[in-house]
Design a protein. Structure first.
Length: 252
């Protein structure tokens, strides 16, 4: 099993990259996609309507348990057993090319500690059944502190042409070491807004390996607006081709 995670500031293209990576790995079934971002954008980009499919997010399941929206026979169960039963019922989307889990939006006040811990426990139980696990992370660095996973193969940090992006990726790299997240490789990826003439400066400014640039593709904007899955992009899509080049550089 190989585990790949995307990180970076908000709006740099993390979710788009994971969606295109899912298209890249779609023949490598079983494939598990995990949306660890409460914004829930990944499902939309890969064409899943969770509500229509009757799939609950981790936060939905915890909400139902907290407010008693569960069968009476479950109410005497321990919390972990309730979560396990409800997740097995309708917490995992099982598709043709991939399975999917979402942490979801938390509908009550307070931090995301419990949904994160629940997702971490579910991942630990399920991930060994898959060839690849792809994780779309929230923006910022706090999710790293929560360590929903403590060991990954590849970390891809997406950056835009800004000082904040460079600062973010350097801090993320240091943080993974400080809190002992084990990884095999840590790469930077330039998003489509990054000027080509500045690409050579990335490794010098970050001290990290540069894997490539995610190319602009107007079809991605059209698909996002219409709700179409990025799986339906043409295989000669500039963005998809750039992902293939990035993964080849990473040894895939």
């Amino acid at each position: 099993m190989k585990k790949i995670v995307s990180i970076g500031r908000g709006g740099v293209g993390k979710t788009c990259f994971i969606a295109l990576l899912a298209k890249y790995f779609k023949g490598e079934h079983p494939l598990l996609l995990i949306d660890a971002d409460p914004d829930q954008s990944l499902a939309e980009m890969i064409g899943i309507d969770l509500e229509k499919e009757g799939i609950k997010t981790i936060s939905d399941i915890l909400f139902d348990i907290r407010f008693g929206v569960i069968d009476d026979g479950l109410k005497s169960f321990a919390l972990a057993d309730k979560v396990d039963y409800l997740f097995r019922q309708n917490g995992l989307y099982e598709g043709k090319f991939f399975d999917f889990i979402s942490i979801g939006t938390k509908w009550t006040e307070g931090c995301y500690c419990q949904p994160n811990n629940t997702l971490k426990a579910i991942m630990a139980r399920l991930e060994k059944s898959y060839n690849y696990v792809l994780i779309d992370s929230p923006a910022g660095l706090e999710h790293l502190n929560r360590r929903i996973t403590s060991e990954v193969n590849e970390i891809f940090a997406l950056i835009d042409p800004s000082r904040k992006a460079f600062d973010n990726v350097r801090r993320a790299y240091r943080l993974t070491g400080e809190i002992k997240i084990k990884f095999s490789n840590f790469y930077t990826i330039a998003n489509y807004r990054f000027p080509d003439e500045l690409l050579k400066s990335i490794e010098g400014k970050t001290g990290l390996r540069y894997a490539g640039k995610l190319k602009y593709d107007q079809d991605i904007e059209k698909f996002s607006l219409s709700g179409k899955s990025l799986f339906d992009l043409n295989d000669d899509s500039p963005a998809f081709n750039s992902v293939k080049e990035i993964m080849a550089k990473a040894g895939y």
